[in-house]
Structures are given as C-alpha cells and as structure tokens.
Write a protein that binds this ligand. Sequence first.
Ligand SMILES: [Zn+2]
Length: 346
Amino acid sequence: MKKLLLAFVLFASAVFAGETVPKNIILFIGDGMGLSQVSAGKIAKGKLEMERCPVTGLVSTWSSSSLVTDSAAAATALATGSKTGNGTLGLSPDGQRLKNVFEYAKEKKKSTGVAVVCSLTHATPVGFIVHATGRKLDAEIAEQIAASDVDVLFGGGRDVFQSRLSELRKKMPVALTTEEFRKLGAPGKAAALLYPVHPPLAAEREVSLKELTQKAIEILSQNTNGFFLMVEGSQIDWVAHKNDGTNTVSEVIDFDNAIGAGLDFAAKNGETLVIITADHETGGFAVLDGSVENKTVNKTGFVCGAHTATLVPLFAFGPGSGVFGGVHDNTDVGKAMIRFIQASEQ
Ligand SMILES: [Zn+2]
C-alpha cells in the first residue's frame, strides 16, 4: 500500500511539478469574455471577485478549422483537451469521439454539473455533455442531455425538453419555475429549466447565475469523491455580438458574482480548484471612456459583431492552480484538468 501511495505521489509530482491534486474542479467560462470585457466589469464594480485568484494566464483559442473559433470547438477544446473544427461538439476533426472532463470525472465516481444562463442546448454546456457533428437540432441535443449521467442541469430550454420531462424526472427532481427551484433542497441530482428557451438579460433574471452556482455546489459537494462543475456566463457573448457596451458590463458583473460564490466555497473547502477563462473574445471590444472614481463606463467600441482570435484571460485559485500561469493553448487547460481528474484519489 505504501509503495502504491509512493508511486501515486511520484506520478502526481512528475505530472504537476509539486502541485496538489484537487478533489473538485469548478470551471467558469465567460462566453466571449476578453480582457476588455473584464476591464469594463472592473471599472464598473471596483474590485472583481476574479481578482481573488493568485494565478493569471492567457489562453489562445483558435480551432482546428479556423483562426477564429466558435463556441462549439472552443468548448470541446476546454472539455476534452483536443482541437476540433468549428461547429463540432466532442468529436475530433475526423469524427472520433473525444472523452470529456465529465466522462473522466464519472470514472472517478465524481458528480458533474452545468449551470448556465442560456438554453442547456447551447454550444458551451453541450460541449461538456454531447458528441455531435455539425449543427444538430436542439431536440437531438436535448435527447442526448436527458440520456446523460450529468447530475446538475441548471439553465433554460424548458420547451425543447418538454417531451423529455418524464424521462428526466425518473432520474432527478426538475424545477420549472423560480419557486420550484428555491424549494429543491439538496437532492443528489437536480435539473432546473427556468425559461422556455434562453433567460433574459442579467437585470431581468429572477434567479442570478450566482444563485444557480450556489445551489449547484450545494448539491454536487455532497459527493465525497468530489465533483466537476462548469458555470457559464453565457450572454457576455450575445451582447457583444450586438455591440451593446452597457449590457456587456452587467453580464460580466453577473458572471463575476457567480465566481464569488465558487471562490467562497473553494476558500472554505480547501480541495477545490477554480478556473475562470473564456471560450473566445467577442466583438473586438474596447473601453474608450469612463471613470474609476464614479465606477462608470461611458464610451465603448467594437471592431466587429463576431468572435475574434485575441488571447483570452485565465484566473486560477486553489490546489493545482499553479499550472495555469503563463500563456497556454485552450487544449492545455483541458489536458491539465483531465490529468488532475485522473490523478485524483477516489
Ligand atoms: Zn462562445
């Protein structure tokens, strides 16, 4: 037994250069969140929760088919550690199935979950659950999600899951309203489909991403083997596509509040790695005028209404965070998370 333990320690230290292997991983993805989006949030909020992270890095996001990635290829890179082409989810460019962090976590008997402010059938959450080529119909994706073994499914998309509700309810309680969500308690698994399709903008969301994150952590942390949670600030990207600087600020702050909940848990728990990054930047966004004193962003600009190839920021906190400092490719982030899950004790 001692030999086995020594072998494990040697293996772990060889792979991670002295980094402690975390039991839990919470990955926060700000969809479309480049450095200027973070800067706008900081100017308006003063101090961001993500600034509590001692480790920062930069991440390249290009896909195997394009310098400018889409959310599907980027989610696949983060979830599987492998590049794929735009529009592809959980498959290699030649169609091979790529094992993702949720599947590695399940092999270690960990719980898994997603908490997002878009339909659950949108590209980023789907990239952690589904294997599909091209633009699949929402209904096909919903079918794969409902058939999956993911323990927490929080987001929108009630309409597309309508025909899957009885199937889902056999596995877990399913909240369809804010009231039902707040009465969930802490079952071992749970779904919340709080909107017919996508949630509205941050100011109009009854349940904030922070509240979804707190409930997801409460549920998932009951598993003594640990958990992997992916939380997405989904609409930072959407408002940037519309070149809407005002709502860029509110979406980044909503996302940052959720990050605070993750960091609060990680700080108390001590065995949780928190990683905050983006799948790509959107809009070529820039802050052009405002005031740090008054916490205002008065003038912003966008160079386009699409994604860009600029490097995105990364912040990390907790055991294992040291490996994320510096400049990495998005596949390196996925590979490091997979190595941590594989090296974690059951
Ligand atoms: Zn995206």
